[in-house]
Write a protein that binds this ligand. Structure first.
Ligand SMILES: [Zn+2]
Length: 176
C-alpha cells in the first residue's frame, strides 16, 4: 500500500480523481514554527519523489521514482502554506506532520483535461531547519536580537584556507 492510499484512508478524501502524479516533499522546520502555526514559504526542487512508489519507480513516474514539476528553464516553484499548530508535547510524540496540497503535484497528461497531482508535504520539527523554508510572518522576535549563527560554509572555507597555508609553509620550509 502506498503513502497516498494510507493518507486517503485517514482523511477520507477522494483520491481516485484522475490527475497528474502525486509527489512527496519533506522539509524540516524549527519546532516553534509548528507550535505557533506559522505561515511559511517553501521552495520546491524541480524533481520530487513520486508518491505512488515512494521513489522506487512505477508506471506513474516512468520508473524514475521522481516527477518533474516544471521545465529546466522555468523558475523554481514556491508554495505558501500555514503550518498546522502542534503543542510541544505533540511534536515530541509525532514530530512529522503531513500536509496535503491539491494541484501542486505532477502535471497531467497534455490534453487529458485532468488536474495536477497532489503535493504531500512532510513537515518535521527539527533543531536543524531547512534554509529553503522561509517564515512569512516577518514579525520581529520578542526574544530580542539573537547572535547570527556563523554559516557552516564559512567555517569550512576558513579551515580549507588554513590547511592550504600550512601546506604552503611546509613546502617552502622543505625546499630550503
Ligand atoms: Zn512512481
Amino acid at each position: 500500500m502506498d503513502l497516498a492510499q494510507v493518507l486517503g484512508r485517514v482523511t477520507g478524501v477522494h483520491l481516485d480523481t484522475p490527475r497528474g502524479a502525486d509527489v512527496v516533499h519533506s522539509i524540516r522546520v524549527d519546532p516553534s514554527w509548528l507550535e505557533r502555526g506559522e505561515p511559511v514559504e517553501v521552495t520546491l526542487p524541480r524533481n520530487l519523489r513520486c508518491a505512488e512508489c515512494d521513489g522506487g519507480g512505477c508506471d506513474r513516474c516512468g520508473r524514475a521514482g521522481a516527477v518533474s514539476l516544471w521545465g529546466r528553464d522555468e523558475p523554481p516553484g514556491v508554495v505558501e502554506v500555514t503550518l498546522p499548530r502542534r503543542t510541544a508535547d505533540e511534536l515530541v510524540r509525532e514530530p512529522t506532520v503531513v500536509l496535503r496540497i491539491p494541484e501542486r503535484g505532477g502535471l497531467p497528461e497534455p490534453s487529458s483535461g485532468q488536474i495536477r497531482g497532489m503535493l504531500l508535504l512532510r513537515v518535521t520539527a527539527s533543531p536543524e531547519p531547512d534554509a529553503s523554508v522561509i517564515r512569512l510572518s516577518a514579525v520581529p522576535s520578542r526574544r530580542g536580537p539573537s547572535a547570527p549563527a556563523q554559516p557552516k560554509s564559512q567555517l569550512l572555507l576558513g579551515a580549507a584556507l588554513l590547511l592550504l597555508a600550512l601546506v604552503l609553509v611546509s613546502y617552502l620550509v622543505s625546499r630550503r
